[in-house]
Design a protein around this ligand. Structure first.
Ligand SMILES: O=C(O)CCC(=O)C(=O)O
Ligand SMILES: [Fe+2]
Length: 279
């Protein structure tokens, strides 16, 4: 898997896009080092923590707030929340004024791009893992070509001990329709089991890579790529911000789930900018 030094997102135009696109097509993932300046991440992190504390500057709650049971203390702790951009215009502006959309469009071959769903992860010491999965089976209610691409922003330095993201490199190219998991999405006792089953049934074998992230590094992975994350065995909280992005011209398809149907207007298949902002 390719790691490329960006040294500030503003310089994106001058990159070797043929090389990046070829690498992304082959591996299904690239890691961009120093995509965001540390100062930008520090201010983003402040806004995200306000949302975690239940302070919603815009008056709007995130779409889903998920808790994870702490096995030892038997209490419920905040693990993640989806669409936190709704709760604070600074988070929304951070995303929409960034070059994440530009990168996503270039890598996926789209003319334009919009936010599909963000997730703020806050994995405390001893918590995790995230079960190996593909993102597209959860996002099969629209017709974005290739599905989604996910930008995962490190808000902390993330070492292997912290149980960061694990990617099964190249696994997006195995042609078999993806399915949502039988295992729970978080806290599974065997977080790689479904991927291992997939490898067995498709007679394939992919290397799992767990990159280290510095603050402001961003990985981009294809919606068909298998990935997950391990238990946070460090004493620090692992904070990251993950954004699924889809094609700007995407529309609802007929496969819409009860959950996503709440964002669909009755008279059109168009995606509304109020729910899925365009870059
Ligand atoms: O951070 C994690 O544990 C999982 C993230 C993930 O699945 C994603 O960003 O698509
Ligand atoms: Fe994912």
């Amino acid at each position: 898997m390719v790691q490329i030094e960006i040294n500030n997102e503003e310089k994106a135009d001058s990159l070797d896009w043929t090389f990046l696109k070829n690498s992304f097509n082959r591996d299904g993932v690239i890691l961009t080092k120093n995509f965001f300046l540390k100062e930008r991440i520090d201010s983003l992190k402040k806004s995200l923590i306000e949302v975690k504390l239940g302070k919603y500057k815009s008056g709007l709650l995130p779409d889903k707030i998920k808790y994870q049971g702490d096995k030892e203390k038997n209490c419920r702790v905040f693990h993640s929340a989806c669409n936190v951009w709704k709760s604070d215009s600074e988070i929304k502006n951070f995303l929409l004024h960034s070059r994440l959309g530009f990168f996503a469009s270039r890598l996926m071959g789209w003319d334009s791009c919009r936010i599909n769903q963000d997730t703020f992860f806050c994995v405390q010491s001893g918590l995790g893992p995230t079960t190996f999965h593909q993102d597209n089976p959860y996002q099969d209610w629209h017709d974005s070509s290739g599905g989604v691409i996910t930008a995962w922003i490190a808000l902390e330095e993330i070492t292997k001990e912290m149980g960061g993201l694990e990617f099964a490199v190249g696994s997006h190219r195995v042609s078999r329709k993806g399915e949502i998991l039988n295992e729970p999405f978080i806290n599974s006792d065997n977080y790689r089991i479904e991927f291992e089953n997939f490898e067995q049934t498709t007679n394939s074998s992919h290397q799992i890579v767990t990159p280290s992230f510095a603050i402001g590094d961003v990985s981009f992975h294809h919606g068909d790529l298998w990935h997950g994350s391990g238990v946070n065995n460090s004493k620090y909280t692992r904070m990251s911000f993950s954004i699924h992005l889809m094609e700007g011209s995407a529309k609802f398809n007929t496969n819409i789930s009860p959950y996503f149907s709440r964002f669909r207007k009755s008279d059109t298949d168009d995606l509304d900018n109020a729910f899925f902002p365009e870059f």
